[in-house]
Design a protein around this ligand. Structure first.
Ligand SMILES: [Zn+2]
Length: 265
């Protein structure tokens, strides 16, 4: 069994402020450590379920967060950015049996996490796919589905975990925290790791129940906080300005959608 894991940091237990997510900031060290621990827990669960190969995409900011020396030997890590449309899913292809997301967070336009955002926290007010607010979970699950890979497990904030079931009804989730205003209510770091290990092991016993179809002709809409960013984005071939801050793109398929996203956001 070959497993793909994409790891972010804003949905790791405890993480509450942008300072804690920033490489080199003095408040960042423990957050990076907990991100690594939750990833190790996911690997342990996968190995207990029979995984033989694990590819991990470090998918936050500079993508150089995980302490790879602490990960199990069966795991390989993709650090930095490939500059390709898959972005947080770089490395995914049809050879994987399942995908897992760790440390994921609510979308821009939602209030389930003080650090809620979608791809670019400064530029994007919200991103919609087929008229629904889409999170990084939504986009990345569609990328996995495009390659025929089911997303079986998610850990992150409670609102994202609840919303994930609209796209993948049988997904196994672990909410390690909830967001209220600028605050987070967090479970203990060791408990988060225990729940993730057990949850991943269970999820990998029900891979087929998490298979979904990738959308055929996804419509992408992005609302920018600055109108000049919308003005720039409308020059992407096929993109249309909907109003001063919003651009729409009717994609042929998921790959076409994420290629547009890469250039306009
Ligand atoms: Zn992030």
């Amino acid at each position: 069994m070959k497993i793909f894991i994409s790891v972010d940091i804003e949905g790791v237990t405890g993480v509450t402020s942008w300072n804690e997510t920033e490489l080199g900031h003095h408040e960042y060290a423990w957050a990076r450590e907990q991100m690594t621990k939750e990833t190790i827990a996911a690997c342990q669960g996968a190995l207990e379920a029979g995984a033989k190969e694990i590819i991990i995409k470090d998918a936050h900011d500079y993508a150089r967060n995980l302490d790879i020396s602490k990960l199990p030997k069966e795991a390989s890590v993709i650090r930095g950015w490939t500059s390709s449309p898959e972005s947080m899913m770089a490395g995914i292809d049809a050879s994987f049996d399942a995908a897992i997301f760790i440390g994921y967070h609510s979308a821009a336009g939602e209030n389930g996490n003080p650090l809620a955002h979608t791809m670019d926290s400064k530029k994007c007010t919200w991103l919609k796919i087929n008229d629904e607010i889409a999170s990084e979970f939504t986009i990345n699950t569609m990328i996995a589905a495009y390659h025929g890979v089911p997303v079986v497990f998610l850990s992150g904030d409670e609102m994202l975990c609840e919303n994930s079931k609209k796209l993948v009804p049988n997904i196994e989730t672990v909410a390690v925290k909830s967001g209220v205003g600028g605050a987070t209510f967090n479970i203990h770091p060791e408990r988060a790791c225990e729940l993730i290990r057990k949850g991943v092991k269970k999820a990998l016993q029900n891979i087929d129940q998490c298979k979904i179809e990738a959308p055929k002709n996804p419509k992408l809409e992005i609302r920018f906080s600055q109108h000049e960013d919308a003005h720039k984005a409308k020059h992407y071939p096929g993109a249309k300005l909907v109003d001063a801050h919003t651009v729409e793109y009717q994609a042929k398929d998921v790959l076409d959608m994420i290629t547009a996203r890469m250039f306009i956001l």
